[in-house]
Design a protein around this ligand. Structure first.
Ligand code: CP
Length: 336
């Protein structure tokens, strides 16, 4: 028996049961097939979603805004600087007001130690569903798009599938921990064997690692950790090479009190690991039918070579990005 998902917040995939997530996947597959058949799917006529972005976005912003249009509603594309948030208006007040004017609130706030708390505060006071469009801890929409893509390419029986989530070098910006943390929490719930590789100065958060181990026990998957990227690629059926910042190396309160020193140390640590790239040599260590996934944007030539990212026999990153649309529509249609 699936309880109604109407008005349910979407803050982490972990808050949703397997039965609820499976309902999202069934809905997403139906919406995808209607999208290709150009059949209308007006499930949210005249409804309004308020999107608030504290950071830049290509996939998330456009999948949610296009998704709302395709469901018959509208999404307001808001940034904190357009709102009284920039003058200090509290998340509680913002949430109460927007939830009286529309049918859902979605927010991206990735500031370390701040983002998830901000979105949770909105969820506490909103009378309509609140969705995380990524925060400092979780990226729930990315997690379900990733799993939908795995189902499409490797089938619905994911028990025993070998997936490697590996840190990789990038020189763009300190990316949040939220994508790999979402993946290591979600995949083992579906029986997947996850290997996590990272340099010792770039761990994921301790509490997430402990929760992922519990999820693996409950879901029949497994999780193991290594500081060796080559070892992590051996026999992998899916590899996900992605940079993340060294936030997990620090206690959150310590980081917030010593932010500039921590950032300097993270930058120095980063430069030690330029060899952490997904290239042909590493792909050869993996399963012969290995697939490459990446949430994007990719740091080409640093996280992964063009040769691998553009190899259509290996790379499924653009299917993964497209599935952000279908899964976002499913969550919005079910909750709003
Ligand atoms: N993967 C992802 O969330 O992409 P954007 O930052 O472009 O939304």
């Amino acid at each position: 028996m699936i309880p109604s998902l109407k008005n349910k917040h979407f803050l982490t995939d972990d808050d949703w049961t397997i039965a609820e997530l499976d309902t999202v996947f069934e809905t997403a597959f139906q919406l995808k097939s209607s999208f290709y058949a150009e059949e209308p799917t007006i499930y949210l006529p005249h409804k309004t979603l308020f999107m608030i972005f504290f950071e830049q976005s290509t996939r998330t912003r456009n999948s949610v805004e296009a998704g709302m249009t395709q469901l018959g509603g509208h999404a307001h594309d808001l940034t904190a600087d357009k709102m009284q948030i920039s003058h200090g208006e509290a998340p509680k007040d913002t949430a109460i007001i927007l939830s009286r004017m529309g049918h859902g609130i979605a927010c991206r706030n990735c500031f370390y130690g701040i983002g998830k708390k901000y979105i949770d505060e909105m969820a506490k006071y909103s009378s309509k569903p609140v969705m995380s469009l990524q925060d400092d801890v979780y990226h729930p929409f990315q997690g379900i798009a990733d799993l939908m893509t795995i189902f499409e390419h490797l089938g619905r029986n994911t028990k025993g599938l070998k997936v490697t989530v590996s840190w990789a070098y990038a020189d763009t910006h300190s990316k949040p921990l939220s994508v790999p943390q979402t993946q290591i929490l979600l995949f083992p719930r579906y029986g997947i064997d996850v290997t996590v590789a990272n340099p010792k100065e770039f761990p994921l958060s301790k509490n997430i690692i402990e929760k992922a181990k519990l999820n693996a026990q409950a879901g029949g998957g497994s999780i193991r950790f290594t500081n060796n990227m080559d070892e992590a690629f051996e026999g992998a059926q899916i590899v996900i090479p992605k940079n993340w910042g060294g936030f997990g190396y620090y206690d959150v309160d310590y980081y917030l009190q010593n932010e500039s020193e921590c950032k300097k140390e993270m930058k120095n640590n980063l430069e030690k690991y330029k060899s952490w790239i997904c290239d042909e040599k590493r792909i050869k260590l993996a399963d012969k039918n290995v697939k490459l996934m990446h949430a994007l944007p990719a740091d080409r030539g640093h996280e992964v070579t063009d040769e691998i990212l553009d190899n259509e026999n290996i790379s499924i990153v653009f299917d993964e990005a497209e599935n952000r649309l279908h899964t976002a529509k499913a969550v919005m249609a079910l909750t709003m």
